[in-house]
Each structure stands twice: as C-alpha cells, then as structure tokens.
Design a protein around this ligand. Structure first.
Ligand code: NAD
Ligand code: NA
Length: 396
C-alpha cells in the first residue's frame, strides 16, 4: 500500500518500512565511517528498537563487531496496517547485521515482566553464554510490576507548585503558555516505579544469578538533566525523581557486581526528538531553540552521534571512564555548554508564534519527528507501493 503519515494528537499512527530501513542504514553508515571501537562483543540492549537504544545496538554491532540481543515492545504489522516504527527499525537492523555476518536476535514483549526476562536469559544461555555490555534504554509510560501486579503510570508533573511557562505545538508552530498542576497522591512513587532503577536492578540481578555476566561486564542506563528552563517539569519534577533513583541505582548495582568486577553507569544524554521526549510539555520548544543554536555552532548531534561518542570517548578509551562529581558519564556536555545555554535562554524570552520558525529550528524538529516514523527520509519514494508486512528475521 501507499503509506502516509497519519497524526493523532502528538503521535503518528502509521510508519513507513522503507523510511525506517533507510534511517537504520544511515546510522550504520555513520558508525562505519567513524571506524572500529574496541568495545563489547556480546551485548544485550533493553529498549533496542528506537532512539538511544537503537543507536546503542547499531554502535555495538557495526562499531564493535558485537553480537546483539535486542529487547523491545513494538507492534507487529498486519495486512493493511503498518507496524510501529521500532518494528521496522529492528527488521532492517537484523537484515543488515545478518548480511554483515553478525549475530542479532530480538525479543518483542514487556521487558518489565518476568516472562521476557526469562526468555532473554534462555536466549543468552543458548546462543551467547554471557554478555559483557547491557544497555538499559527503556522509555515507557506504564509498568506492570512483576511481583505485586500493580500497574504503575508515570506522570510528567512539577512537584509542589504549578509550573507555568511557554510551550509549542510543533505541528502548528503555535507558541502558548501552559500551566501544569503539581503532582499529587502517589504520582512520584508511580513515576519512580516506572522510570526509576528498580527494573534495571532486576534485570542485572537476574542475569547475575544465572552467571550470564562476563567478568568486567558493564551496564549503562540513560538519563537527562537539561537546563534550568525545564527544571520544574523535568529534573525537579516527577520524572527527575525517577532519574535520581536510576542514578542512585547505578551505585547499588556496581556494589553487587564487585565479585565479577562489573560496573554500572548512568550516561546523561542530550535532549533529542524521540517518541518519548515529544510527549513532554515545554521540551519541544526548548529542543527547537537548542537545535538552532547547536546547528549554528556546528555541534548538533543525533542519537547515533551521541552514542558513538559515548562508546569511543567514554566507555572504551582503554582508560578509566570519565565521570562527573556525581559519578555520571556526560555526553550532554555540548548541550550544557554555558555559551549554548545562554543563547537558548535569550531566545526563550523572545520566542512567540510569529518568530519561532525563524529564531528556532521548528523545521528541524518537525523533520526529526517525521523521521522517527520513517517519513521525510531522503532517498525514499513515498509515492510507490510498499509492503507493510515486514518480518523481523529472528522473530518471524
Ligand atoms: P524511545 O521511546 O525512542 O525508546 C524507548 C524504547 O523502549 C523502545 O525500544 C521501546 O520499544 C522500548 N520499550 C518501551 N516500553 C517497553 C516495555 N514495556 N518492554 C520492552 N521495551 C519497551 O526513547 P528514548 O528517548 O531513546 O529514551 C531512552 C532512554 O534515554 C530513557 O531513559 C530516556 O529518559 C533517556 N533519555 C532521553 C533523552 C531524549 O531527549 N530523548 C535525553 C536523555 C536521556
Ligand atoms: Na531507546
């Protein structure tokens, strides 16, 4: 069929298999162009199908020559209905990996569940023996707790008082003021349950209990800090509490991995357009201004550039991994540069509907957003008939 973007609210309900495949190929080419990284050889990526997790899988495979197992939660296609983009991304990734002679298998299901952990453990046992890198890159609004059966929902709210600031509807370009009521009840606990470190811990404990972690194994989870502009709704809001918990969890995991000399890190990454971040109020306006400045300065990066740098300049330099005062890896260094932040703060004050397309990179934001779903990708013929039913080789 001919597939076009169909928007519902802030999400796109269709995705384009060839556009997604082209995105994956472009990321692979980028990684190859940067040369080999002497890194992990057997990698488990949890949240492997889009965003930073997909970039991590691609960097592992095509940068480090690693075998990869990817875990994700994506919608399979059916006749006349497209899959979710992460499905097409993973199908394309496996095809490319297999063509290159690399081991790649995928597991599609709820990573928070005991069943999917068990499936993953069985697959590692059968095929890889042990893993030496575990990337934890889940972004989810809900988590069914595997022990209590409680369904936790995360919220993106300030804590204590109402937050009022500018935001943009990036589809229409309309800048408006938004007020977000503070969280209440169990909002903080629920958000920490979904996006904090408990599930990461459970994964690592489960792998360790089965002796599936290689000596010196490393695990990395992703976090965000961002500027004071977004602090009330992000880092000092409910999601920030979850990130605090995730960061504290890294130390707890490292302690428990002492016997195998393993290490857990949190890497603080740059703000980027992903399905997860486009749903957060205020962030899209910040990102559109940030993109403008970072592109002008020639320091803009996408997920793949970020993760390539994480591997080559942080994790696998042959020296100790550089971390900040709080023990975190920082690849948000360019975003957080004071000259960049000062410029963004000035633009923030000026930003209105009438000037945003000019002072901000609204166009770049939109393009990245459409790209997430495989649309607006150079080299793809969107007028051509395309087959929406695409299999992931290891799952089909
Ligand atoms: P994303 O939405 O692109 O990716 C989320 C991944 O998690 C997908 O592979 C999805 O299939 C998987 N997933 C979601 N729920 C699942 C479940 N129940 N079981 C199995 N898989 C599931 O998100 P992203 O932006 O790449 O975020 C990944 C991490 O990076 C998050 O911790 C996020 O906070 C962090 N981060 C994001 C940004 C940003 O600006 N996007 C910046 C810094 C850090
Ligand atoms: Na991800």
């Amino acid at each position: 069929m001919i597939i076009e973007p169909r928007m519902r609210g802030f999400i796109c309900t269709t995705s384009h298999p060839e556009g997604c495949a082209q995105n994956v190929k472009n990321q692979i080419e980028y990684i190859k162009s940067k040369g080999a990284v002497n890194g992990a050889k057997k990698v488990l990526v949890i949240g492997a199908s889009t965003g930073f997790g997909l970039a991590s899988r691609i960097t592992s495979a095509f940068g480090c020559d690693a075998a990869t197992i990817g875990v994700f939660f994506e919608k399979a296609p059916s006749e006349g209905k497209t899959a979710s983009p992460g499905w097409y991304n993973s199908a394309a990734f496996e095809t490319e990996a297999h063509t290159a002679g690399l081991y790649a298998k995928s597991i599609n299901g709820d990573a928070f569940s005991n069943e999917i952990k068990k499936q993953t453990i069985d697959l590692i046992k059968a095929d890889l023996g042990q893993v030496d890198l575990i990337i934890y890159s889940l972004a989810s609004p809900v988590r069914m707790h595997p022990t209590t059966g409680v369904l936790h929902r995360s919220v993106l709210k300030p804590i204590g008082s109402t937050f009022t600031n500018k935001t943009v509807d990036f589809h229409s370009g309309k800048v408006s003021e938004i007020s977000i009521e503070p969280c209440s009840g169990d909002d903080i606990e629920n958000t920490v349950a979904v996006m904090g470190g408990e599930d990461w811990s459970m994964w690592i404990d489960a792998l360790k209990a089965e002796n599936l972690l290689a000596p010196g194994a490393t695990t990395v989870a992703y976090s965000y800090i961002g500027p004071s502009l977004t602090e009330a709704v992000y880092r000092k809001g409910t999601i920030g509490r979850a990130k605090d918990h995730l960061e504290a969890t890294a130390f707890a995991i490292t302690d428990r991995l002492a016997s195998i000399n393993g290490k857990a890190y949190v890497s603080v990454n740059k703000a980027l357009v992903t399905q997860a971040s486009s749903a957060i109020p205020v962030i899209p306006l910040y990102i559109s201004l940030l993109y403008k400045i970072m592109k002008e300065e020639g320091i803009h990066e996408g997920c793949i550039e970020q993760i390539q740098r994480l591997y080559q300049e942080r994790l696998y330099t042959g020296n100790e991994v550089p971390v900040d005062d709080s023990g975190r890896i920082r690849i948000d260094d360019l975003e957080m540069r004071s000259d960049v932040q000062e410029k963004v703060a000035k633009l923030w004050i000026q930003a209105v509907t009438e000037n945003l397309a000019e002072i901000g990179d609204l166009e770049g934001y939109r393009k990245d957003f459409y790209n997430l779903f495989g649309f607006d990708v150079a080299g793809v013929d969107y007028k051509a008939e395309t087959n929406e039913v695409v299999n992931i080789e290891s799952i089909a």
